[in-house]
Ligand binder design. Structure first.
Ligand code: GLY
Ligand code: MN
Ligand code: MN
Length: 482
């Protein structure tokens, strides 16, 4: 290699290292090309002379002058990649000519850069950053929206999920979400009762058609979210002890998620031991000792916006009792029966019926119910739903399609005082897995965490790297001063 070429290479390497060391940010977000393709796909579905309008989610108050950690509106994120509040996106069916003669087919108004605000609450992209990082060209600040010459007389229909309610004021900005909504209503001559002109149903139908089929780029992120969730389940299985609290177990899951780069959970983590497992979306997780009960752990990592939804039910002491084993095996068999059905073209209800049939037959045999129709007393929820940017993701089709990602999650819940032998009371089991629908079958995405009784017991028997980390209870007054 020539000396000159070598020096040049070294120079570029140094520049690259300098840039990455400056940022050290994740580099695997969805690409601008993905978001552009989604906007174009929506445009193709829109009716003539219409515009799709998406406002960002509001910032919500947590306490006094503290806000909840901001979560972007999944639609806004899907179509732009923008993760900040105080923004509105307009996607027009036809190319527009403004009242001042400019042409555009989409407009994006975002919060402006603000040195003071950014020092307190974090970096902002601003219009220039959106242009550079997200590749959207017709981008302006929220302040420019009021006077922007949109020709609304040429628009017959506004396709929108609606206006966010409970909109908090921004302490920092002249044009916040509240202003954007007011200005939009004035510009478009909005009437609350005009459902034809302001069409919410159409928005959900069209975006359901798009969002229910995952692109390869989305699948990379979903796989990662699911894998991370499985790692959380496995590490908890290895570390679990009867003396642990539900909160402690929740913390271990979420620690493992963060270790692997998941920015959040996709829904409030559900860690219900014993009777608490019978509350389907139990999120308090306040029991201080799980004891020798089963623990139902429905915990999903969110990775770059996409959420997993994985449930494992495990015995805290490492061994399923005879009754727990019987119920667990029944739920497992129901899940297997549903798996058999999954493929492109299959009906959702066929899979649901197959799982329900197995549970009903099993509960009859165990004498827990007397009539098959009573199955819903102990299996009171549906079998499946789509996942993606929402844990219960947007969808449209009545049958399965290649590229859909759904959960399969049968469960049996037997609260105390149920009309069956006492020995079953307090047992709650859900097994929830995430699957990708393929042409002739499915792929089990959550294959990385055990589902079979013997595999779970083996995993629990393993040594845990967290064993030393699980500290004894802290008694006040025993801390040493430094
Ligand atoms: N984690 C909520 C659900 O399974 O639907
Ligand atoms: Mn689910
Ligand atoms: Mn779940």
């Amino acid at each position: 290699m020539k000396r000159q070429t070598f020096s040049l290479l070294l120079f570029f390497l140094c520049v690259f290292q300098y840039i990455t060391a400056q940022t050290d940010l994740p580099t695997d977000y969805l690409s601008p090309a993905f978001h552009e393709s989604r906007r174009q796909a929506l445009r193709e579905l829109l009716p003539e002379q219409s515009v799709a309008v998406i406002f960002s989610y509001p910032v919500r108050k947590f306490s006094n002058d503290v806000d909840y950690i901001y979560h972007a509106n999944p639609d806004m994120y899907y179509f732009t990649g923008y993760r900040e509040p105080h923004a509105v996106l307009l996607i027009f069916k036809e190319s527009q000519t403004s009242t001042t003669g400019d042409n555009y087919k989409e407009l994006f108004f975002v919060q402006e850069r603000n040195e003071q605000a950014e020092r307190w609450t974090g970096r902002r992209l601003g219009a220039e950053g959106v242009r550079k990082q997200l590749g959207i060209q017709n981008v302006y600040t929220g302040e420019e929206f009021a006077d922007f010459p949109i020709n609304f007389s040429a628009i017959k229909k506004v396709v929108t999920p609606g206006f966010p309610d409970d909109v908090a004021d921004s302490r920092w900005d002249k044009a916040d979400l509240f202003d954007l909504i007011q200005q939009f209503k004035t510009k478009s001559n909005y009437k609350e009762t005009d459902h034809k002109q302001f069409d919410k149903n159409l928005f959900f139908h069209l975006t359901g058609q798009l969002r229910e089929i995952k692109t390869p780029e989305e699948l990379v992120l979903i796989r990662k979210a699911v894998e991370i969730s499985c790692m959380g389940q496995n590490e908890v299985m290895k570390a679990v002890k009867p003396g642990m609290s539900e909160l402690e177990i929740q913390g271990l899951h979420e620690f493992v998620h963060k270790k692997y780069g998941a920015e959040a959970v996709g829904y409030g983590s559900i860690v219900g031991s014993g009777e608490n497992g019978c509350i389907l979306h139990y999120m308090e997780n306040t029991r201080t000792r799980v004891g020798n009960d089963l623990i139902l752990m429905d915990v999903g990592a969110q990775y770059h916006g996409y959420t997993a939804d994985v449930t494992r039910t495990i015995p805290a002491n490492g061994t399923f009792s005879a009754e727990e084993r019987a119920i667990y095996q029944l739920v497992y068999n129901a899940q297997e029966a549903a798996f058999e059905i999954l493929k492109d073209g299959a009906s959702f209800s066929e899979a649901s019926d197959a799982a329900k049939e197995v549970i009903a037959d099993g509960l009859l045999k165990l004498n827990i119910i007397k009539n098959k129709e009573d199955v819903s007393k102990y299996y009171p929820h549906g079998l499946l739903h789509h996942i993606g940017l929402d844990v219960h993701d947007r969808n449209f089709s009545k049958t399965m399609k290649q590229g859909m990602v759904i959960t399969i999650e049968p469960g049996i819940y037997i609260p105390s005082d149920s009309d069956c032998d006492k020995k079953w009371w307090g047992i709650a089991v859900r097994i929830e897995d995430d699957v990708l629908i393929r042409k002739n079958d499915y792929e089990l995405l959550s294959i990385y965490s055990p589902r079979k009784i013997e595999d779970i017991e083996k995993m629990i028997a393993q040594i845990s790297a967290l064993d030393d980390f699980v500290l004894p209870p802290l008694k006040s007054g025993e801390k040493k001063a430094f």
